[in-house]
Design a protein around this ligand. Structure first.
Ligand SMILES: Cc1ncc(COP(=O)(O)O)c(C=O)c1O
Length: 410
């Protein structure tokens, strides 16, 4: 029987760490990341998001250092996702213009000249909120239109945030995966272009560009660690997964840069949508998660792994974890209500679950054997990506302020 109240962790039996041949796709290579980051730098508001050290929380958990990349500062959008959508749209426009992306910049792609050549385009996507807002924002920045489908139950703050960019946002009576299928169908009927962060048969260019766009976040972290924490190279990496594109982009980029020495990597999912955790116990094929995918981790409520992501995570992740919502809530409180003079980080449900899992693994006795296997101890430097801020403010307030008061933490 699975204990729904506790996290489950499974070592990855398919891991090919120390294997002879590398199997990392070109779109997350150091060269690809350099091209993506060079493009992102041409956006007027680009700056790297902060990388924050939390030494007091690290000491409390019994590790050497905890580093958290705070994506709530990304382009004022409160989540990392825009890195993927903006880069994929730029690559799509360049493809249509027959222009190498290395020769394009933000100002040119939004120019009248490009509009004259390509006309008005409509980009369509399905989303839990963050990716849709990213597509809507990037389309508006590039002077194009966007239509966004959201699954049933999407937070009204997230729907409004999409509408505020001028995009059309529709909440459907179905799940995320159904919204993905609807956007594909509408694109075929109306001649729109799908910008989806997951791949399927015959649809891989855009999700690969999205993953390439995410490597900017990984590349920034690597640069910031070298500058700010030169003595604290991460030994462990906690990466949360929805369809897995973010985790696979970050891990794949890390492996491509240093195949013989990359951190022990744990992929973290909600119980309700733990498709990678399930797939890791299978025969090598990606398996879906069943059920209604209900979790407070809206950004991770995806039941089907992206095949592009699965190939990387299957080969290089060290472990997969499936977590109840309480783990994400604990992570939000640990980051939002810091220990001592650590800097507070506003981290939403899908952003904080990695820190929540780290705390459970370090503080609960039942994880002693796993800690030994994973070498999680006082010498460890853990890197987590807080991929969103308070994208659902009402829920954030309830979990961090109200629940913390009840638990006597605030
Ligand atoms: C805040 C946040 N974190 C993480 C993820 C997971 O990314 P992926 O779906 O690429 O696994 C998402 C996806 O929407 C998200 O919104």
């Amino acid at each position: 029987m699975v204990n729904k109240e506790a996290a489950q962790v499974r070592l990855n039996p398919m891991n090919r760490r120390n294997g002879n041949e590398m199997n990392i796709p070109e779109f997350v290579s150091p060269k690809a990341a350099q091209i993506a980051q060079a493009f992102h730098r041409t956006f007027p508001d680009y700056h790297p998001t902060p990388l924050v050290g939390l030494p007091k929380l690290a000491a409390k958990l019994g590790i050497r250092q905890l580093l958290v990349k705070d994506e709530s500062h990304r382009f004022g959008l409160n989540a990392f996702k825009v890195l993927g959508a903006s880069y994929a749209m730029a690559c799509y426009l360049c493809d249509r213009l027959k222009l190498p992306i290395e020769e394009a910049d933000f100002a040119y792609l939004r120019s009248e000249e490009v509009k004259r050549q390509l006309g008005e385009l409509t980009f369509v996507t399905a989303t839990d909120g963050n990716h849709g807002r990213a597509v809507a924002w990037a389309a508006a920045q590039l002077g194009q239109r966007a239509v966004v489908y959201l699954p049933k139950g999407s937070a009204s703050q997230r729907v409004e945030a999409i509408r505020q960019t001028g995009a059309h946002a529709h909440v459907i009576n179905g799940s995320y995966d159904e919204a993905v299928r609807l956007s594909d169908q509408m694109a075929r009927e109306r001649g729109w272009q799908v910008i989806q962060d997951t791949a399927w048969e015959g649809y891989t260019d855009i999700p690969a560009w999205i993953m390439q766009g995410y490597t900017t976040m990984a590349a920034e972290a690597i640069q910031q660690i070298a500058e700010q924490f030169p003595e604290e190279a991460p030994t462990h990496l906690f990466l949360q997964a929805g369809v897995g594109s973010m985790a696979a982009a970050v891990l794949g980029h890390g492996v491509a840069r240093n195949p013989s020495k990359y951190p022990f990597t744990i992929i973290v999912e909600p119980h309700a949508a733990d498709c990678f955790y399930r797939s890791a116990a299978g025969d090598g094929r990606a398996l879906p998660a069943m059920g209604d995918l209900r979790t407070i981790m809206a950004g991770l409520a995806c039941g089907e792994p992206s095949p592009l992501a699965w190939e990387i995570l299957r080969d290089y992740a060290d472990a997969f974890a499936s977590c109840p919502d309480s783990v994400a809530a604990d992570g939000m409180r640990s980051l939002g209500l810091p220990v001592g003079d650590d800097q507070p980080i506003v981290s939403g449900e899908s952003g904080a679950v990695g820190v929540g899992l780290l705390a459970a693994l370090m503080q609960q006795e039942e994880w002693e054997d796993f800690r030994k296997t994973a070498k999680l101890d006082e010498t460890s430097v853990v890197l987590c990506f807080s991929t969103e801020g308070d994208t659902d403010r009402e829920s954030y307030e309830r979990i961090v302020r109200h629940d913390a008061k009840i638990k006597g933490k605030a």
